[in-house]
Design a protein around this ligand. Structure first.
Ligand SMILES: C[S@@+](CC[C@H](N)C(=O)[O-])C[C@H]1O[C@@H](n2cnc3c(N)ncnc32)[C@H](O)[C@@H]1O
Length: 246
């Protein structure tokens, strides 16, 4: 069950990524010229995508990967090139349409199935790995951890994701953002501290079989994001035996 705060934020993000910001987002995710500020964001995002991909197996032949909040699909394409069977889902039909239009030929056995909808939809099935690049950063910490639990519960290997770190600079940028007229604003990014997030992860029973394996901060001008890998350390508990792990 998702919370009302998760559902209402997902609604705001759908409007934002599907309408308000769709053109800017489409441009940012190509090589087209952008402002100096956006160029730093693009460089940061490229570095982040490289980091998350480097935490996944080099050969993903036959592995199922969920690209949760796939946007225009760049990460999904790289994973499919490594042989993964990718399910790439996003709440924005326009961005999924763009991802499909941009889809290059994938050599080898990898594939991408695009879906429009919620990344937490249990109908998507089970996965070896899940990636959520910058798609949880707008949700509050309690909803991030609930989302991680739901994703991890159907994942055999790892869940790699990003959060916005709470730093003095980001707090300042956040405050500055509030000076702009409301209609032009993106849904607020919700910065979290790593220690706070680790505590919440530690308290979430569904994440008992997972550990934070590594973290990395990417800081490039106006892009600041923390990559985190949650890796399975214990085999999944069959549904009937839950609550029995010592
Ligand atoms: C900042 S963009 C990142 C897109 C992509 N991961 C990337 O790095 O290029 C965040 C994306 O997450 C999507 N998103 C947010 N909440 C979602 C949800 N609950 N289910 C599916 N997609 C979601 C948004 O529509 C948006 O496309």
């Amino acid at each position: 069950m998702t919370s009302t705060t998760y559902a209402s934020r997902r609604g705001e993000l759908t409007t934002y990524f599907d309408r308000t910001a769709v053109e800017a987002w489409a441009r940012l995710t190509t090589d087209a010229p952008v402002s100096k500020i956006r160029a730093t964001v693009r460089a940061g995002r490229d570095a982040m995508r490289g980091t998350l991909l480097s935490w996944l197996p080099e050969d993903m032949t036959g592995l199922r990967l969920l690209d949760a909040g796939c946007g225009t699909g760049a990460l999904a394409v790289e994973a499919a090139r490594r042989g993964a069977e990718v399910v790439a889902i996003d709440v924005s039909p326009t961005l999924v349409g763009l991802a499909q239009e941009r889809l290059p030929a994938i050599a080898g056995t990898g594939s991408i199935t695009f879906r429009v909808g919620d990344m937490l939809d249990p109908g998507l099935g089970r996965f070896d790995h899940v990636v959520a690049m910058d798609s949880l950063i707008h949700y509050r910490a309690s909803d991030i951890v609930r989302a991680l639990a739901a994703l991890a519960d159907r994942t055999q290997g790892s869940v790699v994701f990003t959060v916005a770190p709470r730093t003095a600079l980001l707090t300042l940028m956040h405050a500055a953002g509030k000076l702009f007229p409301k209609g032009d604003r993106a849904p607020a990014i919700v910065p979290v501290t790593e220690s706070g997030l680790r505590k919440r992860i530690g308290k979430e029973p569904t994440l008992d079989g997972f550990a934070v394996a590594r973290t990395k901060r990417i800081n490039s001008g106006f892009y600041l994001s923390n990559a985190i890998e949650l890796r399975r350390t214990l085999p999944p508990v069959p549904v009937g035996e839950r609550g029995q792990r010592p």
